[in-house]
Design a protein around this ligand. Structure first.
Ligand code: HEM
Length: 526
């Protein structure tokens, strides 16, 4: 008799050769696409190494420059860099998220809007929240108005005034993280339960250092969670134990904020009437916890959820404050850097800002901020911010999705079967020289006085906040706070670079400066 293994071994070997070499290299629909690297058709090693060593955005960009709108990054992965049959199909066509999101962005072991893979629970959650983050809500909110006045006039401007008087340089990255954190936390949990990172230096340094300490290890959780578990079983820890402790510390911190918001509500007689009545009689130091109330009310209504209510609320809000402070803080930092490099644009901006009423000047008697609608309509401020979001996108990296079961063509490809990892990245879209001539240059004027057709084309390619159903829920919040902070600063100060060593972006999904700081000097302008 023939031993079974003599038959089985060659069959298994042949099957493996077919599955891992013949099919991906010659037969898969992806085999018709250009490879970013010669090994991409049979191995994911090249793209994994680019990710691990933070070279991914530039490597994908280079591949698109060489090969066109679609490239193969690995045996089961492609990247697209176009609008039609590109971001429009993938992101507005409801492709679901790749597992990379839950692997990295769940908190307390509970999904949130950002980490949810499937579109159905995601859209239910988004409907619960998006109202309070809409432009119309934010522009007319008395609570946001109260928060804005206090953060700008009682905290930020006094800190800058003192630094200017003492000729003390400021690390604006840390300061911007603080301002954006104070804004988003006050909006979510109420001003009285918020942070005052702008003035409380030790509190902010503790929080930011714990939050940022986890970044170097995110690759493993995002891309290779199975490898972490495998080595863990052997007693080897790829991610250090303190990383879990850091995450736990941050989660406990957010849970305390949730409890404080809940306590504020039980101290006020009726949370909903408290929100409505607050417009004229709002005490200057307390505001209702807007996002907390919205989520609590929506999640309480009968909908079966496998997760406890307190954790469902906390995971969501933890994500908002993380996403909210980091991206906006990075954007403001690059905006201030560019303005410091371009004093002539700074002075044009200042002339525009000084038309505002009530005035944002330091010596303003009213200590009031202009209506968000009027700040929003300032063309130079808008152009400077859009151009910063374009060339210094805070999230320049790939946003991975998965192709649906129905075969779909992308960028002229043969129909791709379900289960392929596909992504686009702002880094590449924003460097299309046909749409943004001289793409590496910061040129706010490209957003000014351009014909409507050209503006619409730039708008189609502008992807700082993503697009489609999973587009950033906080984009209007971010634009409103960033415009206000910039307007308040450049009305009264001019900025000069003291040390911008390492200002070039980290090459990652979220991309701040390599040096993790930017030192500027503030000079008061009368
Ligand atoms: C300059 C500031 C900001 C930038 C550049 C930015 C960028 C983005 C991008 C590109 C996405 C899509 C990411 C992906 O699918 O991989 C996103 C999603 C998201 N952002 Fe922002 N963001 C900013 C500010 C904020 C703020 C202030 C919040 C606060 C609530 C926020 C909360 C979120 C959430 C919750 C999502 C997930 C939305 C969903 O899945 O439906 N972001 N953001």
């Amino acid at each position: 008799m023939f031993p079974l293994s003599l038959v089985a071994v060659p069959i298994v070997a042949l099957y493996l050769v077919y599955k891992y070499l013949v099919f991906p290299i010659f037969l898969s629909p992806l085999s018709k696409l250009p490879n970013a690297h010669f090994s991409s058709s049979f191995s994911a090693l090249w793209i994994l190494l680019k990710r691990r060593y933070e070279e991914e955005n530039r490597a994908i960009y280079a591949a698109h420059v060489k090969h066109g709108d679609i490239v193969r990054l690995g045996p089961n992965e492609v990247s697209v860099a176009c609008v039609d049959e590109g971001i429009r199909t993938v992101y507005s066509g409801g492709f679901e998220k790749w597992n990379w999101y839950p692997n990295q962005f769940e908190n307390y072991g509970v999904p949130n809007m950002f980490s949810m893979v499937n579109s159905k629970p995601h859209s239910i959650r988004k409907r619960m929240i998006s109202h309070v983050y809409s432009k119309s809500y934010l522009q007319s909110s008395p609570e946001v108005h109260a928060i804005s006045k206090i953060i700008i006039f009682d905290r930020l401007l006094p800190v800058l005034e003192e630094a200017a008087a003492n000729k003390q340089p400021i690390d604006v990255l840390e300061l911007n993280f603080s301002s954006t954190m104070d804004f988003i936390i006050a909006f979510i949990f109420g001003l009285q339960n918020g942070t005052n990172f702008i003035q409380d230096i030790s509190a902010r340094e503790e929080w930011l250092s714990i939050y940022q300490s986890r970044r170097p290890f995110r690759f493993w959780a995002g891309e290779l969670p199975g490898v972490i578990s495998f080595f863990k079983k052997l007693g080897i820890h790829i991610t250090p134990a303190w990383m879990n402790e850091a995450s736990k510390w941050l989660e406990d911190w957010t849970m305390e904020k949730c409890k404080a918001a809940a306590a504020s509500l039980s101290n006020s007689k009726d949370p909903s009437s408290h929100t409505k009545e607050s417009s004229d009689s709002l005490p200057t130091t307390t505001t209702p916890p807007i996002v907390y109330i919205q989520l609590l009310t929506s999640l309480k209504s009968p909908s079966p959820s496998p997760y406890p209510l307190d954790l469902s609320i906390a995971t969501e809000l933890h994500d908002h404050l993380a996403a909210g402070h980091e991206t906006s803080g990075i954007t403001l930092t690059y905006l201030f850097h560019e303005l410091s490099l371009h004093p002539e644009i700074q002075s044009q901006l200042r002339n525009e800002l000084r038309t505002q009423a009530p005035s944002l000047r330091l010596d303003s008697e009213t200590h009031d901020v202009p209506a968000p609608r009027t700040i929003d309509a300032l063309p130079i401020l808008h152009a400077c911010l859009m151009e910063t979001l374009r060339i210094h996108a805070a999230i320049p990296g790939p946003q991975p999705r998965i192709t649906p079961p129905t075969p779909t063509s992308l960028a002229g490809s043969p129909p791709l079967t379900g289960g392929v990892r596909v992504s686009a990245q702002a880094f590449t879209l924003h460097r299309n020289a046909d749409v943004f001539p001289e793409p590496e240059k910061w040129k706010p004027e490209r957003w000014l006085g351009t014909c409507e057709e050209k503006k619409a084309e730039m708008g189609r390619w502008f992807w700082a906040f993503g697009s489609g159903g999973r587009m950033c829920v906080g984009s209007h919040f971010a634009m409103q706070e960033m415009k206000l902070i910039t307007a308040a600063i450049y009305t009264s100060f001019t900025t000069h670079i003291v040390d911008d060593g390492g200002i070039e972006h980290i090459d990652a999904y979220t991309a701040g400066p390599k040096s993790n700081r930017l030192l500027l000097r503030f000079e008061r302008v009368e």
